[in-house]
Structures are given as C-alpha cells and as structure tokens.
Design a protein around this ligand. Structure first.
Ligand code: ZN
Length: 314
C-alpha cells in the first residue's frame, strides 16, 4: 500500500511558476489574500483608491492616505521581490526535510545573510501559527534534551549545556498521530510545565506521560493525566502508549541533524516549529503556500534585531 503522505499530489515547481512566476502575479495574489473583500482605506474606510505606478502602494481617492501592499506584514520594508519570498515559502513548505539557510540562499540567488533572514522570518511565522493552536484529545507527552543522546537510560535529564524541550503528540483512538507540538522550556519544573500546558493543551485533553513528577502539573490546566511508570529500562521505549512520541522525537532529531550543520540552541524553538508545522500539514501539501501567506499577512513585521535575539520559550 502506498504511503498516504508521501504519494499525495504535491505542488510542483511548474505549477508554482504558472501561478506566481511574475511579480505582478505575486502582488495580485497577496492583495487578494490580504483584502478578500476588496481594499478599503484604513483611515476613512473608503473603497475608492488608485495604485501608484512606481511601487505597490495604494492611495485613497478620498483622503489620500497611502498604504503599502506589504506594510504591517512580515514582508514589510523588504527590498526583495515578492516572488523571491513566495519561492522561499514554496521551497520551505514543500521540502520533506529542512532546507538550510545556505541551500535556500543558493536556490533563491541571494546572499547567505539574506537567505538566513528569510528562513528565520518564515520559521517564526510557522512557530506563531502553531503556538496559537492547542492540542486536544489523547496527548502523549515527553521530556527531551537537545544536544544530548535521547534516553540513554534517562542519563540525559538535567545535564548542563543541553536545551530542554517538551514534546507532545495528539493521537486518535487507534493511536495514530494527529498533530504535534515541540516547545523549548526553561526546565522540567512543576511551574514551567503548568505554564506550558495552559498555553498548548486544550483543558479537556487526556495527557499520557511517564512518571516524571512535573508532568502531573498539566492538571492545573484542567487536563486529565495518566502517568505510566516505565522503570527506565530499554523496554520503556517500546510501550505502545509512547510509540508515536518516541518516533516523533527520533524523527525530529534525525531531520534537524541531517539538514543543518549546527544550530544555535537559542534558535532551536524555530527549528522545532518548522518540523511540527510541516508534520501538522502533511496531508495538505497542495495549498501550503496560500495558507502560509494568508497567515503571514496577518502577522506583525519582525525586525532582524528580534530575530537574532530570540530566546523564545514556547
Ligand atoms: Zn481614505
């Protein structure tokens, strides 16, 4: 039987060029996604406007207020053609594994720094999008450390120089994965897990975890909680309750290590988000780009200063 995800109809580069192969087409698409009801002036609400010839700027015929197509979006003040952005979104959302900033910059024909900036802005959109959704139903939960071996009999827990993150996968009654979320946390304390759960779990969720004490804090977010004490031996990773969470953690480590030479731990939240974003939309390859840009136009701009700082706890 063919794999449902791998053999679905994708969105080819030919189709992309056909739909968004000129700057004009990209501008029209962005305009329609941004103002599906037609443009109306943010100052006076008049729907009568004209477009400047030199730049994609709309001027109100009534009060002469000017508004740019990209202002107040992540494309704001960009000097790049929209087509470059759209192609970057296409490449990042269709790729099966991550695409490094270097590989992306080569594909786009831009400098490494520009490629880095585009990639991190787009990953930030993915992160904010998925952070706004709560997992529900049965949710498998686990503690993971980036930078250390996963589950060498739990030796990784609490080691210095490792970045802790929570891995959560919601599964259906048959145990098949629905959605996942991975967030860097300050540590595995009761307070931190409580904070995380209130942000990322639906209050009705039923959480299944191992015996790590802090996980019972999900109850403060209104969730049910079952902890399964595994004893720490090698058999613990084969328990069916944890099949998907363990598979997902293995996959994300393999994916990030395979695609990226080395990543700065402070940017780990975005790399985790990129992986989860693609996983959560694995059945919807065909309309990834319109959905992405629709969200991106409703998201505040992100200056480079913030992108470089980014100590972002999910
Ligand atoms: Zn106006």
């Amino acid at each position: 039987m063919k794999n449902k995800v791998q053999f679905q109809k994708g969105y080819s580069l030919f189709q992309f060029m056909n739909d968004y192969g000129t700057e004009k087409k990209c501008r029209e698409a962005l305009f329609n996604w941004r103002w599906p009801q037609g443009y109306s002036c943010p100052e006076c609400s008049s729907k009568s406007y004209c477009e400047l010839k030199s730049r994609p700027i709309f001027q109100c015929n009534h009060c002469h207020h000017q508004h740019s197509l990209t202002s107040h979006t992540i494309f704001a003040s960009t000097k790049l053609p929209l087509m470059t952005w759209f192609l970057a979104i296409h490449l990042l959302t269709q790729a099966k594994t991550g695409l490094s900033a270097l590989a992306l910059s080569r594909q786009l024909g831009v400098s490494y720094n520009t490629g880095w900036s585009i990639k991190h802005k787009l990953m930030q959109v993915m992160k904010e999008r998925d952070d706004s959704r709560m997992l529900s139903g049965i949710v498998q939960l686990d503690d993971v450390y980036w930078g250390g071996e996963y589950r060498g009999g739990k030796r990784g827990r609490g080691s210095p120089n490792k970045t802790p993150f929570v891995a959560a996968v919601s599964v259906d009654e048959q145990g098949h994965p629905i959605a996942m979320n991975m967030n860097v946390v300050k540590g595995f304390s009761t307070a931190e897990i409580s904070r995380w759960a209130k942000k990322h779990l639906n209050p009705q969720a039923h959480v299944v975890s191992d015996g790590l004490a802090c996980f019972s804090a999900v109850k403060s977010a209104g969730c049910h909680h079952t902890s399964i004490v595994t004893g720490g031996g090698p058999e613990c990773v084969t328990r069916t309750e944890f099949t998907w969470i363990n598979t997902s953690i293995g996959n994300i480590k393999k994916s990030i290590n395979g695609a990226y030479h080395a990543i700065n731990p402070k940017h780990l939240p975005r790399y985790l988000a990129e992986f989860c974003y693609r996983f959560n939309r694995r059945f919807k390859l065909e309309n990834m780009l319109p959905r992405f840009v629709y969200v991106a136009t409703r998201m505040p701009p992100m200056p480079m200063r913030l992108l470089r700082l980014a100590e972002d706890y999910g």
